[in-house]
Design a protein around this ligand. Structure first.
Ligand code: FAD
Length: 327
């Protein structure tokens, strides 16, 4: 690993000041589980690490919703009673992340900003788009776990389990930089790759940090979250979905259907949402919505199986939201 300096800022302003570009290449570090692994693999080589895990790690009430400090550990998020009561999909996503050790060390900010797990990105020998190269190796290579939506130019899937319920609940992220704070809706924070921005996955500037997640009052909604994995622990999901339903009696008044691990961003399906609108939730309507969610999927040579897996995740998340227990 390349040598680096370590800064322990006293507060968020000092953290931002320590990231200023006039210094060496500096990056924030939370629990370090993603960043240190990339540094050991020579994929990321910063000169300075700025510790942000001692910043705000609390949950406070905010306008009928909750404000979560980005330094909060995943385990504390998963076990937070108020979060579980108001935003059950966030707790469900947090509790399924990795292993107890990973949740004990990982932070909310680190989880939302972790870099892709693509094996080409993680191998220093492959200079892909994300490392300044001119290609994505997955379409003609090993693409079992890659995107089925989006159409490139990079085919990563976003690795954060928390990002999906954050988009589904309409969260806003507070970012702090040298010019002050800005509030960015989660749905606009994560960015689809273009040839111009392909090296990053979000709108965060190099001298900014994510300090808080602000969740709006949930209202009278029903939520379902469903993840499909190869194994119960120690792995990322193959595909998953968060569904938030607003009901009008027995019928769905409006829905938010967001899928994870299928695209470079949390992938919202308006087709599925429209398919549910005005209907009761039954096996048939849930299946029809799941079919609609995956209609535009474009799998590559080795990941067509993800279409059915994602369909199942969407259907079961809808049924869970409506209170129908699934396997
Ligand atoms: C075996 C295994 C299984 C896993 N399974 C899952 C899973 O199912 N779902 C899932 O979501 N994750 C999973 N993970 C990933 C794990 O959850 C993340 O690596 C972890 O949450 C990252 O948190 P951290 O605080 O350690 O991040 P760090 O490594 O400290 O940071 C990650 C990135 O975020 C940046 N960063 C950190 N904090 C901030 C901030 N406040 N503002 C701006 N940028 C910041 C860092 O610069 C870095 O680039 C798994 C990991 C392993 C090893």
């Amino acid at each position: 690993m390349k040598a680096f300096t370590y800064v322990n800022p006293a507060n968020e302003k000092d953290a931002v000041a320590a990231l200023a570009p006039e210094f060496e290449k500096a990056v924030p570090i939370g629990g370090g589980q993603d960043l240190l692994a990339r540094m050991k693999d020579y994929v990321t080589q910063p000169d300075r690490l700025v510790n942000v895990k001692s910043l705000d790690a609390t949950v406070t009430a905010a306008g009928g919703g909750l404000k979560i400090g980005a330094a909060m550990k995943m385990v504390d998020l998963a076990e937070h009673a108020q979060v579980e009561k108001m935003y059950p999909a966030i707790s469900a996503a947090a509790i399924e992340v990795g292993t107890p050790q990973i949740r004990n060390q990982g932070t909310v900010g680190g989880n939302l900003n972790q870099r892709p797990r693509c094996w080409y990105f993680r191998n220093e020998e492959f200079v892909c788009f994300k490392k300044g190269g001119t290609t994505c190796f997955s379409p003609s290579g090993e693409n079992q776990f890659h995107a089925i939506f989006g159409g490139g130019p990079s085919y990563i899937v976003h690795p954060s389990s928390l990002a999906v319920p954050m988009v589904a609940y309409g969260a806003t992220f507070r970012l702090l930089g040298p010019k002050g704070e800005r509030m960015v809706p989660a749905a606009e924070y994560f960015t689809m790759p273009t040839l111009q921005n392909v090296r990053t996955e979000n709108v965060l500037a190099p001298d900014e940090i994510l300090t808080h997640v602000v969740l709006p009052a949930p209202g009278n909604v029903k939520t379902g979250h469903y993840e499909v994995r190869y194994k119960e622990s120690h792995d990322w999901p193959i595909a998953f979905a968060t569904v938030v339903l607003t009901m009008n009696g027995a019928n769905v008044a409006s829905a938010r259907v967001v899928m994870g691990a299928v695209a470079p961003i949390p992938w919202r399906s308006q087709a599925a949402e429209q398919a549910l609108s005005g209907k009761p939730v039954t096996e048939q309507t849930a299946s029809a919505a799941a079919d609609a969610a995956l209609r535009d999927a474009r799998p590559m040579s080795q990941n067509a199986y993800k279409v059915q897996v994602a369909k199942t995740a969407v259907k079961r998340a809808i049924l869970r939201a409506a209170g129908v227990q699934t396997a």
